[in-house]
Design a binder for this molecule. Structure first.
Ligand code: LAC
Length: 310
């Protein structure tokens, strides 16, 4: 595939700007970085472009406060919104961020009616739902980023626990992006060996717990913001799977229509991503305990959704 693709990133804060930066270094897409704050997207885009002369990629990032430059994007990434601050749950953000996400989604899809939208703003599952309602797109074209981040955290902690390369660790995390997310040890492996064969139940429980609180752990260190390096890399993995039609199977937030016994809700499940966006949801059998945990996580997403007014 020789033709460059076009990716719009809405929000030039830490997550959005880092997304634009990582995307730029990959050099397969023209990137438009949009923010309402005058000067911020333009300045960051210029800086990222000039890094290309050093690292060796084409300077094709444009920053703008208007959506004109975004027209005809293949993928739109929504990062706009307030981040969590210490002591604040993801759900506390719901009212502020639903207004922001609704408005930027409308503006972005007006210019790119065929785009696939990747939602990143928290509370993630609820903001996916807001974007899904706002765009009226089919579910194939509105997907949320959370599971790759959550499983990246899970994989990192497992790799440290065993002293093995993180490349050989797979992690399977289902459910909403919140404290009730459901890491599944049975389906998490080191080079194909289930971690339940390698790590004691007590240690797995502790690692699962740290994973569930992985976002809050970083917020408590940073004090004035939340994680952005790993989240941005996770977004780029989704964007790459879509624009390069890779058929990757990645944990993403998807609109469920009966899968895993859930309907009318966004929730993290294993998704096949390709040119059409969400091309398939993979279902696996869950134990009674796992099903209960997933139901609890879905209930938490529904509770957050109850606060959405749009
Ligand atoms: C995290 C927050 C940003 O998981 O949701 O890092």
């Amino acid at each position: 595939m020789s033709q460059r693709r076009k990716v719009t990133v809405v929000g030039a804060g830490n997550v959005g700007a880092t997304c634009a930066q990582v995307l730029a270094t990959r050099d397969y897409a023209d990137v438009v970085l949009v923010d309402i704050k005058e000067g911020l997207p333009e300045g960051k885009a210029l800086d990222i472009d000039q890094m290309g002369a050093v690292l060796g990629y084409e300077p094709n990032v444009v920053g703008s406060t208007s959506y004109d430059a975004t027209a005809g994007s293949d993928v739109v990434v929504i990062t706009a919104g307030l981040p969590r601050s210490p002591g604040m749950s993801r759900d506390d953000l719901v009212t502020t961020n639903e207004n922001i996400v609704g408005a930027v989604t409308r503006a972005a899809v007006a210019e790119s009616p065929d785009a696939i939208v990747v939602v990143v703003t928290n509370p993630l599952d609820a903001m996916c739902h807001v974007t899904f309602d706002t765009t009226q797109f089919p579910r194939q074209r509105v997907i949320g980023m959370a599971g790759i981040l959550d499983s990246a955290r899970f994989r990192t902690f497992l790799a440290w626990e065993l002293g093995v390369s993180v490349r050989d660790v797979t992690g399977f995390v289902l459910g909403g992006h919140g404290d009730t997310m459901v890491p599944l040890p049975r389906y998490s492996t080191v080079a194909g060996i289930p971690i339940t064969e390698l790590i004691s139940k007590e240690r797995i429980d502790a690692i699962v717990d740290r994973t569930r609180n992985g976002g809050a752990e970083i917020v408590s260190f940073l004090k004035t913001g939340s994680a952005y390096y790993a989240p941005s890399a996770a977004v780029v993995q989704m964007v790459a799977a879509i624009v390069r039609d890779k058929k990757r199977v990645l944990p993403c937030a998807a609109w469920l229509e009966g899968e895993y016994g859930l309907s009318g809700i966004y929730c993290g499940v294993p998704c096949k991503l390709g040119r059409k966006g969400l091309e398939q949801i993979l279902e696996v059998k869950l134990s009674a305990e796992e099903r209960t945990a997933l139901k609890k996580s879905a209930d938490a997403v529904k509770e957050t959704m109850a606060a959405v007014k749009l």
